[in-house]
Design a protein around this ligand. Sequence first.
Ligand code: MN
Ligand code: MN
Ligand code: MN
Length: 276
Amino acid sequence: MNVDLHSHSTASDGALPPADLVRRAAAHGVEMLALTDHDRLDGLAEARTAARQSGIRFIEGVEVSVTWRGQSVHVLGLGIDPFDPALQAALAALRSSRFERAQRMAAQLAAAGIRDCLEGALRYARDPACVGRLHFAHHLVAAGAAVDTRAAFRRFLRPGKPGYVAVHGAALADAVRWIGGAGGRAALAHPARYALSAGALRTLLEDFRAAGGQGLEVVSGSHSSGDCSRFTALALRHGFAATRGSDFHGPGGGAEPGALPALDPALLPIWSDWLP
Ligand code: MN
Ligand code: MN
Ligand code: MN
């Protein structure tokens, strides 16, 4: 079965509206899909309807922004109840802190001589609560302050640069608790993407497990085959179920929905008891 439990729509930073995303996934042979927008549940209703029309199984999801020991980490909530009031309130608070961060980034860039960056960045963000560094980067390129978005990050948006403000995400244990409270399963997203030593990674996995985290995204659109092997071994060693997700954000930007290697058969798929 082709399962893809990580994708984004225009409800956060994806390029496609939820219904288009679902149709694209179905056309690519995905049979079970989760929409996991950053800190938002708004795209789920449209995606759910489209999945019913396309005849694919839909899993309600979210990707929660977490700060763990000063490091930004993403936790997937899979199979959540999108109407859970505590989860909705927690995500709303996270989103407002994201907008406050954008205001601070713009103030720092203004102090460095580049004015009106918040207005500029907001032109690229469909929702003000989702505005982030990539939107600032697009504006800095359009304003002629950088040749491309990579240069914008290098010169303005990295730690130590004038526009950098750290994200303050949720505490790891809180994110896992909100997801569990809404009936979902928490899985650590794209674990190879974090710049952690082997020891720090082990501590993260232990903390996540102790908090009630159940899964590890072993197969991700951003993982090399070496990463997949490494996290297969870590999932088995730490007793995590495994998940598989493209982290699709839009056409031309990495793996298409469902276009990923299969999970190693030794792993327990996080969706094993969701099959029809
Ligand atoms: Mn994203
Ligand atoms: Mn992520
Ligand atoms: Mn993602």
